[in-house]
Design a protein around this ligand. Sequence first.
Ligand code: C5P
Length: 232
Amino acid sequence: MSSTDVPTDGPVWAIVLAAGSGRRYGPHPKQYEFLGSERVVDRSLAIARAAADHVVVVLGPGEEAEGARLVESGAADVAVEGGEERSDSVRAALGVIDEDAAVIVVHDAARPLATAELHQAVVAVVHGGADAAIPAVPVTDTIKRVTHDEHGDLVASATLDRSELVAVQTPQAFRADALRAAHAHGGSATDDAALVEQAGGRVVIVAGEATNIKITGPMDLAVAIVLLGTLG
Ligand code: C5P
């Protein structure tokens, strides 16, 4: 799928995904929790803004007033309503991104500690010719595939080779044409690189950041607050 004849030196757009209902988090959507003086979504937007020419924020249904505030404040250029699945939310954002976009960075608002340097690093690898660049960190736990046996017990069925595994983060950068093509026929995945891989794209791994945790549960927010105090 690689189309290295298409220039990547045009505008960089960032999509910041904040349309999750946060069902695993608790009663309040995690993207609106406070990390010190700013909300999770505000920090994610500010960092994406530092590394992109334009920013789209994707919000949940009924959050038009929040979207208008974010656009009015300059935190985002456009706000759109997301969809049922994460991939639907990405497609909603693709619908408002200009045709001349060269590189699109997709970032989960739930990772507010990703640095601007990480955003810039993935964009640089796409500028260098990759269809996609994604941050990843080594897996330190032993990972097993599991199943249920005839008693209904959870049992291990295989132990995976840890040296072949990495844990993937966002921000993920894509040639705009590669990301659009990967989403052209729908599909759902927990990250966009999966769709680009399925379409035959070349996805390059860059060193992720151990501190770039995803806020999934309340403990993650507590850890992020401590990390923020350490990182500044
Ligand atoms: O649920 P998960 O933690 O994997 O969500 C990752 C990111 O995708 C979060 O920032 C969440 O707000 C966003 N998301 C979205 N639309 C959905 C589901 C998740 O924008 N339908």
